[in-house]
Every structure is written in structure tokens, then in C-alpha cells.
Design a protein. Sequence first.
Length: 101
Amino acid sequence: MVGNLAGSVMALYLLSMRLPKNEYIGTAAWFFLVVNLFKVPLHVFVWKTITWNSFFLDLVTIPAVVVGVFLGIWVIKKFPEMYYRWFIIGTTALAALLLVF
């Protein structure tokens, strides 16, 4: 989906706003929650990419998501603000290169 390109654009936009690390993460999370919730009816009724089988598979992954949440919180607390910004810039540049090639 072309909409998946939004991650890199949003990362650069939020970095340009000079949001602190936690506000950056929170703003990005809320933005993509709203965008993805908007797409759910399209995935179910138009594109038919969410089926009962895929939904139940998603339910099975919930424990891994919960572990990822706590692991992510722990890792982010360890990152100083400056290194976090450079990490975002680096991963955005890598994503851009992968999209080009």
C-alpha cells in the first residue's frame, strides 16, 4: 500500500517539530492508530484482506505484542534524547533507501 510510505514522512515531520522523545512517540502512535482504524473497514469489506482466519492469527500474537510493549518502554528509557533522534534519522534514511532500491 502506498500509505505505508507515511512512516518516513511522519518521522521527518515530527523531528522537525522538535518534540521531546516521549511526545514524539505518543504523537506518532496516536496518528497511526487513527489512520489504521480508518482503514479497517476497507480491509474487511473492500479489499477483503482481513478474514476470520487472519483475525484469529492476530489474536494469537497478542502475548508477543504485550511483551514488545514492555520491552520497547524499557529500551526507550535507556536511549538518551540525542541518540534517539539520530536513531530515527538513520532508520528513516534506511527506509528511504530500501524504497528506492
